[in-house]
Design a protein around this ligand. Structure first.
Ligand code: ZN
Length: 180
């Protein structure tokens, strides 16, 4: 089911979400939450979405980047459910990308983040998984995990001049060769 998106200003986006209880992962209501996340992500055209964005304060987010090409990087992450994820920075060296967010519609902002990370999480079957990510994928993962801890990408913009409306971004900033 497609759910409405909570936008910046909604306090649910600003609290640390609760851990999912292990016994709940196999429940019908949890399966429905994952389906709702998927339906909503597809409907609104995101590459990831987190449960607080559809009004559920639980540590769950999803990402799907199949045969995705951006910034000259080939990324292939099939549909992945991250439950109770814990992030670890492998290389703190930062790289910057222009980010957008379904909860902050119409805007793009340039954010620098560590570019090599490791995430430990449970998948939708309750199985422990480890994902190492670099480059743009590392940024996408950090963006989604931020939602589970009450953070938005706009908090991480170091230079507020690098915040733009999407249309002005397309008109003045976007470099066709480097940004899809
Ligand atoms: Zn977001």
């Amino acid at each position: 089911m497609i759910r409405p998106i909570c936008r910046m200003g909604n306090p649910i986006l600003r609290v640390v979400a609760s851990d999912v209880k292990l016994g709940d992962i196999n429940s019908d209501s949890f399966s429905q939450l994952v389906l709702d996340l998927k339906d909503s992500m597809k409907h609104y055209g995101g590459i990831g979405i987190a449960a607080p964005q559809i009004g559920v304060s639980l540590k769950v987010c999803i990402i799907e980047l199949e045969e995705f090409n951006r910034y000259g990087q080939e990324i292939n992450l099939p549909f992945t459910v991250f439950i109770n994820p814990v992030i670890e920075v492998i290389n703190p060296e930062e790289a910057g990308y222009w980010e957008g967010c379904l909860s902050v519609p119409g805007l793009r902002g340039f954010v620098q983040r560590p570019q090599h990370i490791r995430v430990t999480y449970l998948n939708e079957f309750g199985k422990k998984q480890v994902l190492e990510a670099q480059g743009f994928l590392a940024t996408v993962v950090q963006h989604e995990l931020d939602h589970l801890f009450g953070n938005l990408y706009v908090d991480r913009i170091k230079d507020s001049r690098l915040l733009s409306y999407q249309e002005e971004f397309d008109q003045f900033i976007k470099v066709p060769s480097s940004i899809e």
